[in-house]
Ligand binder design. Structure first.
Ligand code: KG4
Ligand code: ZN
Length: 337
């Protein structure tokens, strides 16, 4: 018969995501975003995000059921992001998931947001090679993971010691006068600039760890712009954007391939909102080809936060026989992988 129908709920940041999945088949992936409400603050405001989740959750679920052509009572398991993320935002999804699981009499799976970013690729490219290395880069996280079995074992190899990669894009966009979220605007501006016009610093480039640091780069860009303005010279936005972007993606791809080499892994997965970056994709492909590593990048709508990724990981855990979570599982804003 059919694989079990898994409902996934994602509310860790500013996206209310609902996914419906059977095995590796995506039936529906609906989303409501409060990003516009945060834009004027230049970043996500936790209270605003929580209230938006509360208002959006039921209608977003109804749209998903509609699109998939299933009823709520058809759901065989409920998966929800238990962390990491914003505490109040997580709580809305976790409380709803418990209510649905209890009401339907089906198992509940509290899942790790980072592992879910990895699992989602199976909906597009089929079973994940075991093991693989995952580079997850978004506004909230920048991590390198060793994935031996996404349902049971994901090991953190390194992460940012300060700003996330997407956060650096957003902050540099702000000093360049580009709108929030700034990543796509920098990507676009960089297309007409040169990546080696300005030699910006690359944090932790040769430190032997698999950690990242982007706050020094962000500060260096701000200082460079200030100096130009103080000298009364125009700021070459395209060159600054391209040179900043090059510094970020150079470090990200360098460390990702160092991780593959160190653990003798031949498959690299890139996920998170920053995976949409055109230069990151191009440089990652170039360096993977040179190293004999296969690259997997899900389509952009599956890279940014969504409910399908949560459903995908729940389905994987169910299939692997991982025990369900107790109904008193907490939302954990700093949940480790
Ligand atoms: O995964 P996501 O939607 O939400 C979380 O932060 O969890 O990622 C959003 C981040 C933002 O920082 C945004 O600026 C960045 O991803 N981003 C990009 C691009 N598209 C989105 N950064 C660089 N280049 C892009 N094309
Ligand atoms: Zn995310």
């Amino acid at each position: 018969g059919d694989a079990p129908l898994v409902l996934g709920i994602e509310t860790s940041c500013d996206e209310t995501g609902i996914g419906l999945v059977r095995g590796h088949t995506l039936l529906a992936d609906t989303i409501a975003s409060s990003v516009d409400e945060h834009a004027r603050f230049g970043g996500v405001v936790p209270e605003v995000a929580s209230r938006a989740h509360l208002e959006a959750l039921t209608p977003t679920l109804e749209r998903a059921l509609d699109r998939a052509g299933v009823k709520l009572s058809d759901v065989d398991a409920v998966a929800v992001t238990a962390g990491p993320g914003l505490a109040g935002a997580l709580l809305v999804g976790v409380a709803a998931a418990k209510a649905y699981a209890l009401g339907l009499g089906v198992p509940l799976y509290g899942v790790n947001h980072l592992a879910a970013h990895v699992a989602v690729d199976q909906l597009e490219h089929g079973p994940l090679p075991k093991p693989c290395v995952a580079l997850l880069v978004s506004g909230g996280h920048s991590s390198l993971l060793l994935v031996t079995d996404v349902a049971r074992e994901v090991i953190s190899l390194g992460s940012t010691v300060d700003d996330a990669a997407g956060e650096a894009f957003d902050k540099v966009a702000r000093v360049l006068g580009l709108p929030f979220p700034g990543g796509p605007h920098i990507d676009r501006a960089a297309a007409s600039g040169s990546g080696d016009a300005i030699a910006f610093p690359r944090g932790k480039y040769d430190d032997g760890t698999l950690d990242f640091s982007f706050s020094g780069l962000k500060t260096a860009v701000a200082r460079w712009i200030e100096a130009r303005e103080a000298a009364g010279e125009p700021v070459p936005v395209a060159d600054v954007a391209a040179s900043f972007q090059e510094a970020v993606v150079d470090v990200l791809t360098r460390k990702a391939l160092q991780a593959c080499a160190r653990y003798d892994v031949k498959d690299l997965l890139i996920g998170g909102g920053v995976a949409a970056n055109s230069r990151l994709r191009a440089l990652a492909q170039e360096r993977c080809d040179a190293a004999g590593v296969r690259l997997r990048v899900p389509r952009p709508s599956l890279c940014t936060d969504n409910g399908a990724m949560v459903a995908a990981l729940g389905a994987e855990m169910l299939a692997a026989g991982v025990p369900a979570s107790p109904l008193d599982i907490p939302a954990d804003s700093s949940l480790p992988v």
